[in-house]
Design a protein around this ligand. Structure first.
Ligand code: GLU
Length: 458
């Protein structure tokens, strides 16, 4: 007996580019839905566009989903299933629901414009339906190969959408969609419906840009002899950028790969994407489990959701602050960062907002840097500071003890008191609290860095 329930969801990116936050969000929602229901999740490559589909993108999408922790139970590549789409097309032809059309794209564009200029909806006029066999032969002799359209029924098409409630379309107000292109390849709608039916997909959770497609696909499901009620549809809104504009223009900069390169944690991305647009609060999570148990598609709104990199940064920092050393260690090793001690992590992780900060502060801790230039007053101050550098052992109180003495010996206070020391010891204006960082540096390193600061001046 199968350990899975009958729930099967899928995400179906086209391998024509990198996985971006929009696809990743769709994948995550489908994954969470399936996992919560004890069902399965399918990754499907919608690669029927052979010109634009590339193996490097297919591999990159797999890699990014794996990195996010979204494992799949089934993997389907549409280019491997062409005979199934041809068989479905054959069936539709034999039922008289798929008919050949010979218009060129220029002719179609001309018809479309004419209708629009008369204020009419740009529906295909079905003139190909009245072509005689002789006319079709003549076109073919001219060198035209047909594309094939699905003959829609003029009936009302309704379904209960999990996000939008009941949605209805009038069949006669829709254009007969092309299902087979002139090159003989199926278009997305045919391949998608055949796969959804063959694999018994139970829930199609996708972007609301597909709502009209769903109306067409429901008729297609019926025409292929299946029950449209066997599939539940949920159309979720797309993402916009923080200012409310469409995300598409900036998709390149919002690929999962680039977010990964920028040092974002997979769980920061998951924590944000899983709850964006839902009524559940966006919170940082260290694992997917709580997102699985709390996922509820009914909590998603119909309104577009805003993706804000600032919010992601915020979550990322919180996730790093929450992360225990044991988890951080594994993670650091997996991204090739070694040499982080538990003391370093526990002392400093509250200051990190990405893992690249870890590398930066490891360098600050272990590598000498070129001394900065100080004013002569500051150099005198640093010399004085060196003479009062406390003896070890050092602890969290060392910084205060040291600077209290310096305050007393000089008239300095506030920034004047701290900043030259911070700059001389770390080379940075900002960073972790010096009271935490000082004991990590230790007496010898501090002594050397203070000396180096004014050595160039001697
Ligand atoms: N390849 C389609 C897309 O990325 C899939 C849509 C669907 O889920 O059916 O938009």
């Amino acid at each position: 007996m199968s350990v899975f329930s009958s729930i099967l969801t899928r995400v179906a990116p086209s391998p024509t580019g990198k996985l971006h936050v929009g696809n990743a969000r769709r994948a995550l929602e489908n994954w969470l839905f399936a996992r919560q229901a004890g069902g399965r999740f399918m990754l499907r490559m919608d690669d029927t566009d052979i010109e634009r589909s590339k193996e490097i993108y297919e591999l990159a999408i797999q890699k990014d989903l794996e990195w996010l922790g979204l494992n799949w139970d089934l993997y389907v590549r549409q280019s491997d299933r062409m005979e199934h789409y041809q068989a479905a097309a054959q069936k539709l032809k034999s039922l008289g629901r798929l008919y050949p059309c010979y218009e060129t794209s220029e002719e179609l564009e001309f018809k479309r414009k004419r209708l629009l200029s008369r204020g009419l909806p740009p529906l295909y006029d079905r003139s190909a339906l009245s072509l005689t066999e002789a006319q079709k032969k003549a076109y073919e002799k001219e060198g035209r190969t047909p594309h094939w359209r699905f003959l829609l029924n003029p009936t009302k098409i309704c379904w209960d959408d999990l996000i939008h409630g009941t949605l209805c379309f009038e069949g006669e107000k829709l254009s007969d969609p092309v299902l087979i292109k002139t090159d003989g390849f199926p278009v997305y709608s045919l391949a998608s419906v055949v796969d959804d039916l063959d694999f018994k997909v139970s829930h199609v959770i996708r972007g609301d840009d597909h709502i009209t497609n769903t109306a067409l696909q429901i008729q297609l499901i019926e025409a292929l002899g299946a029950d449209p009620l066997s599939i539940h549809f949920a159309h979720l809104p797309l993402l916009t950028d923080a200012s409310g504009g469409g995300l598409s223009k900036r998709l390149g900069s919002l690929s999962i790969e680039s977010l990964k390169e920028d040092g974002f944690e997979p769980m920061a991305i998951n924590s944000l994407l899983a709850r964006l647009g839902s009524s559940d609060p966006i919170e940082p999570f260290l694992s997917l489990d709580p997102l699985v148990s709390s996922f509820n598609i009914e909590k998603f709104s119909k309104a577009t959701a805003k993706f804000d990199v600032q919010e992601l940064k915020h979550l990322n920092a919180k996730i790093i602050h929450m992360m225990p050393f044991s988890q951080a260690k594994k993670h650091l090793e997996s991204i090739g960062i070694t040499g982080v001690s538990e003391e370093f992590w526990n002392t400093l992780h509250g200051n990190f907002s990405t893992f690249s900060d870890v590398t930066k502060w490891l360098k600050v801790l272990h590598n000498d840097f070129a001394p900065l230039s100080f004013s002569s007053e500051d150099l005198d101050y640093l010399k004085l500071a060196l003479t009062f550098l406390p003896e070890e052992p050092w602890g969290p109180e060392t910084w205060k003890n040291w600077t209290d003495v310096l305050k007393e010996k000089t008239d300095r206070k506030g920034k004047m008191l701290f900043m030259p020391l911070r700059l001389a010891l770390t080379g940075e204006e900002h960073g972790p609290e010096m009271k935490d960082f000082l004991p990590l540096l230790g007496y010898d390193v501090c002594l050397k860095r203070l000396k180096d600061s004014y050595a160039s001046d001697l």
